[in-house]
Design a protein around this ligand. Sequence first.
Ligand SMILES: Nc1ncnc2c1ncn2[C@@H]1O[C@H](COP(=O)(O)OP(=O)(O)OP(=O)(O)O)[C@@H](O)[C@H]1O
Length: 612
Amino acid sequence: MSYLLKESWCQDEKFHLAKDTLMQLINERAKLRYCYEKTRDEFEALYKRTLWHESEIEKVFETRRQLVRNLKLKLHLQQKEAFLLFRRETNMLKQSLIDVKTKIINTKLSQLAVDERECHETLKANKLVLRGITTMSERRLTQQVRDFESCMVHLVRSNQSQQKTFSLLIMKQGLRKRSIENQLSQISVKRPSLMSERKILESDYRSMQKQKSNTEEQLKLMTITRKTQKSSANEIKDSQIVESSLQEVRTSSANHQRLLQNKELKTRNLHNKLQGLKGNLRVYCRLRPLVTDEQESIGFNISDMEWNLKESITIYAGATGNNRIGKSVIKEQKTYTFHFDKVFSPFSTNTDIFREISPLIHCALEGTNVTIFAYGQTGSGKSFTMSKIDDGLISRSMDLLFNERNKDIRIFVQLIEIYNNKLFNLLEHKRNKPYEIRHNKTTRTTEVLGMDEIFVNSQEQIKEMLLKAEENKRTSATNINEKSSRSHTVFRFVFRSCETNCLISTLHLIDLAGSERISQSKVIGDRLKETQHINKSLSCLNYVVHSIHQNHHHIPYRNSKLTYLLQYSLEPSSKTLMFVNVNPNKLFFNETLTSLRFAEKVNNTKVISYNA
Ligand SMILES: Nc1ncnc2c1ncn2[C@@H]1O[C@H](COP(=O)(O)OP(=O)(O)OP(=O)(O)O)[C@@H](O)[C@H]1O
């Protein structure tokens, strides 16, 4: 019973507990429902707001799309207008350009036609003269050839008979030698017993050998005498024929020589007149092309002046900008024009340049002192013009000198380097001893004391010297040029008479060191000192040339070693040609301007000739 009571009490307890838990759960559910309803209300409000925002954004997008459409339409219309405008302007420009070009070409063509006609006429006359001379010479030559052929036949016949006798003698000697050899072999069989006999026989053999050589010599002598006897008889006959034909040839060649000398004299006179007209001091300008790593060229224009006596170069300075179609054009242009005796464009080759200066080389061969130097900022093409191994002016001049010199002239060479106002020999590898200059006022000649004048007689020798000089030359990399010459190179050619060894004339071909502003090249230390020396000697050269041609009383030759060396070669009785080399690189526009101004100043100097 107590157990049952306990049991019912326990169940009561459980029932109460379950009832409490149920009540708690009911409360929880009521709370959750309340939360759910609240959240649902909030979500609905939020959803409504989002819908409203979306509709607003859609409206904004629509207005933007409309705006873009309008802008595109406007752009298209403007592009059309711009294209039409550009086409109209280009056509007009093209037309005017074609007109100008056609005019220039027409005038040049007419000039060329006149020149061609003149050339044809002179060519015809020359051809006629040449044909006459050639036929005469041909006739004489064929006669001579015939005479020589008959002589040859005689000689060949006598030679054949001698050959026959010789071969007989050789055969006989061969037979004799063989018999002696046989005897020797027999003797060698009996050798042990016949040693003493052998000795006797050997001595016999030796004496026989001697006899043999004696007879051979006698035979030779006999054949020679026979030969000379035979040939002398023939030669007497031949020489008489040859003598007479030679006499004829001699007289005709003397006539030709006289004709040639007359023509040479005429040519030389004309040539001297032409050189005189061109002036004793000339300035040529050469603009080089852009090289691979250079970006932008200066704007330039090269043109002939009236009567073709002078030419001009115009360079443009100005800020660049882009035009309407994006092409780079020069705005706010400033132009500088310079006049020279000749202006070579970037398309000119060293051959074109040599064609122009070759008359000066002729002048040097005829006894006038000639100086040609290349001036310009570093990297402007001075070495390319002067000392390029294959076709530089030095190599070309040598070709001409060796081909056209009078055989009485001997050529001597000195390769001088002027570094920091001191003279060195470029053909010496170790150059620690500077040389001194001495002038002879009576003979008006210059000598570099202690420096050998090297006799040259072939182009190969000159090329070797140029290579050696190139190796020994002092160069270094500056801010402007990777291999800049730091010294002046003077190629001094001395022409002397073969008979008397007297000086005929001197030809100086000079590759000057590059002129450069210290601020631009940004050099320091030794390089700075070199640059200062280079600039000083260049301004001395300028002043000396100016003073000479302005007829100043005192000429300051001694101010620099370069001008002192050239003292007797810069005078008005000599001929001087200056090349101003121009760098087209836009970066060095100011340097270019300075070089051109310097050169024009030289070009404007008054020319006084001693012959005038
Ligand atoms: N007419 C030309 N055609 C093609 N290349 C050229 C011409 N002139 C010069 N160059 C090139 O331009 C560069 C500089 O030329 P170069 O060394 O002759 O100048 P430079 O005036 O002698 O200089 P520096 O005074 O410093 O020695 C070289 O690479 C050379 O080959």
